[in-house]
Ligand binder design. Sequence first.
Ligand code: PEP
Ligand code: MN
Length: 338
Amino acid sequence: MIIVMEPSATDADVEHVITRIKELGLRPHLSKGVERTIIGVIGDERLIKREQFSLLPHVENVIPILKPYKLSSRDFKPTDSIIDVAGVKVGGKNVVIMAGPCAVETEEQLMTTAEAVKASGASLLRGGAYKPRTSPYAFQGLGEDGLKLLAQAREKTGLAIVTEVMESAEVELVAEYADLVQVGARNMQNTHLLRSLCKIHKPVLLKRNFSATLSEFLMSAEYLLSGGNDQVILCERGIRTFVEYTRNTLDLNVVPAVKQLSHLPIIVDPSHGTGRHDLILPMSRAAIAAGADGLIIEVHPNPAEAFSDGDQSLTPAAFQQLMKEVRAIAAAVGRSLN
Ligand code: PEP
Ligand code: MN
C-alpha cells in the first residue's frame, strides 16, 4: 500500500502516519519527492484498512499495490531509478557497458582486457573471482587474489568493478573490493544471500535465474529493496528452453516488460544468453533497441585459451566493433552511451 501525502503536509503530518504504520506492526518506507512525500507500507496488507490512513490529516490518497512486489514496482515509484555505480549512472537515458573476462585468471590477462575494454568505451570491468561452475573439477576462481587483481585494474584504468559474490560469509569481503556486487543466476533466490546484501552500501547486480518467472525475478529484487538496499540493477541472462542451438534463450521480452512493471534499470548479458560469440553482436544491438539500460559482455584476449566461457567471449577487436554498432543503435533510440 502507498500513502500519498498532500503537498501541504508537514513533517509532523508525515511522522503521524509513520507512527500509525508502526503501531500496526508494519514498516514504513519513506520517499520524499520534489512535490510530494510518499510512504510505502511494508508488511502483511491484510492488517491494514484503507480508512485507517485515508482519514489522517493531509493524506491525499491511499493506493493498494496489488502486485506481490511493492517497492520494486512502478506503481510505487513511477520514475526510472538511476543507480550510481562509483559515479557511473545506470538507468534513465544512459546506456552503460560492462565488459571483461568471465573469470579473473592472471594479472596479464586481466590488465590486457581492462585496458582494451576501457579504450573501446566500457565503463565497468567485469570478472569473476568466485566462480559458480557446473563441474567441481573446473576452475573455481582465484578468490581474494582475484579481487585484488580487479582492484589493481581499477587503479590502473579508472574502470569501476563488477564481480560476483556466492556466499553470505563472503559478502563483506567482496563488497570491500567491488563497486557493483553481482548475484549470479544460480543464487537469485538464495534469500539468505539477498538478506546479507541488504546490509552493504554497494549497489547489486541481480541476474535472473534461468527458470525464474518475471514475478519471481522482481520478488528477489524486493528482498533487497525491502531489506534496505534499493540500489538494484536487474540483468537478463537467458533462460532454459527446449532450444539446443544456443546455451540459453535470451528473453528480451523481459526488457520492455520490466520497464512497464518496475522502475529498476535492467541490463542484458548476451554472452550467457547465447553462449556463442557469433551471436553476441546482433543480440546486443537487439537488447539496446528493446530498451535495455546496458550490457554485460565477456571479453578475453585469447578466447581459445580462456579458463571458462571461451566460446562466448569476444576478442578485444570484436568488442571494439560491438561498441561502435551499439553506440549507433543507442543514438537511434534516443539513448546515450557514455
Ligand atoms: C557470470 O556472469 O560470470 C555468470 C556466472 O553468470 P550467470 O550467473 O548469469 O550464469
Ligand atoms: Mn561466464
